[in-house]
Design a protein around this ligand. Sequence first.
Ligand code: ADP
Length: 495
Amino acid sequence: MPRRLRILFMASEADPFAKTGGLADVASALPAALHGLGHDVRILMPKYRGVDAVAGDLTLAVPRLRISLGDRESEGQLYEGRAASGVPVYFLAQDHYYDRDALYGTADGDYWDNCERFVFFCRGGLEAVARLGEESGAPWHPQIVHANDWQTGLVPVYLRTLYRDHPTLGKTPSVFTIHNLAYQGVFWHYDMAMTGLGWDLFTPAGLEFYGKLNFLKGGLVFSDLLTTVSRTYAREARTAALGNGLEGVLEERSHDLHGVVNGIDYEGWNPARDPAISHPYSSDDLGGKAVCREALRAEFGLVSQAGPVIGMVTRLVEQKGLDLVLEALPGILAEGCQLVLLGSGDPGLEMAFSDAARQHAGQVAVKIGYDIELSRRVYAGADCFLMPSRYEPCGLGQLIALRYGTVPIVRRTGGLADTVVEFDPARRTGTGFTFDLFAVDSLLGAVRHATSAFRQPVLWKALVKNAMAHDFSWEASAREYVTLYGKALKARGAP
Ligand code: ADP
């Protein structure tokens, strides 16, 4: 395997340029870690409305790109910028598609032309990269294309079909990462015409999914290697319970499916150097954490009391098990805990949590919104961090919580199962509290274990230190990806 790999990392969002969820964190931090390991990695994403405000000066890398979308053509351009990590970032511009208020849709639903928008991204993105250097005389050809989630699901398909005999992209293997199987990019079958792909691919062994076109399935079937963001989710995704109808495809490809757990950016998330929190602290000097807790109580209007503050920072969606939290809330309060929640999403859940905060003023506090600065104060000030997810491919919240010495209470599923180790008070090992069954009693059982440990300050301190000592920085995972890139290259006969 060549020592310095050229990797094209394609994703529909990357922090800080555009973000709706954990994918954006991964799409900026993993390339940064690969760059840190000495690889030539470049990100490619759409040029959304917000990009100019954060990206600074961009240079035009490919001034005119024409992509055929069935019976019409669309024009775009490719711009080049750079992330703070030093990683080059290409932005595919097509204002009609990407210069909009949101990334994928509004409260009224997904944008009606998402299929067209992301066919353009997949095909236009590859075409633009193939043409890099036409103007500057400095071409760049990736040895590996790493695509992510449904928005890039057609990339592996194009590499294996339309680009099969392309002079530079022809033999380029693709690695496809599933960040969440529940979002698949499923469209009307007639949209196949727009993809430029033959109808011979519209079969159950190809892109067809119960009579419709499924982008994610394209990625699953046509990529050289598949990954998902934890080992447990790699297993769970092959079951009918969590496979979202694609479990059969994943079972068939189980030898090519690898679980690589996400990391977090250890510089960006650091309680010793976080400007958003009132008192920095570290594992050697935890004094500031108690001050942060009182500051959090004051900011959220909670009364001071002896029990722990449980924090949540989350999208308010069914996946996250918030209905269970509402049901368990009286029991959580009866244990002497308080709850602080920062989140936004489903209007019904937003209302239910706002009502709960009114009903239990001083004990439950809720901020509806998406606020990264405030999330930092929740991570720092809370004693425990609750994630009772129905399923969780990896989860970043619990990793950030561990970094901030905020003890996770999680349901043992997906990445939560792989990253939180049950605390054993006798041996003082472990980093948090876990439960299996998606049920109020199970959740309350874990909360009870947490509060009982919290009442014993020496024990609690040992637990907090364990949590903070666990290393979930990106380097180890980035090395795993490099090994997989090597495997994909080898499978294609690269030296
Ligand atoms: P998912 O990607 O399913 O939303 P993850 O746990 O993988 O869940 O990642 C969520 C990321 O988004 C974390 O970095 C979390 O701190 C952040 N986040 C979620 N909701 C909010 C919010 N309301 N305000 C600020 N950050 C949030």
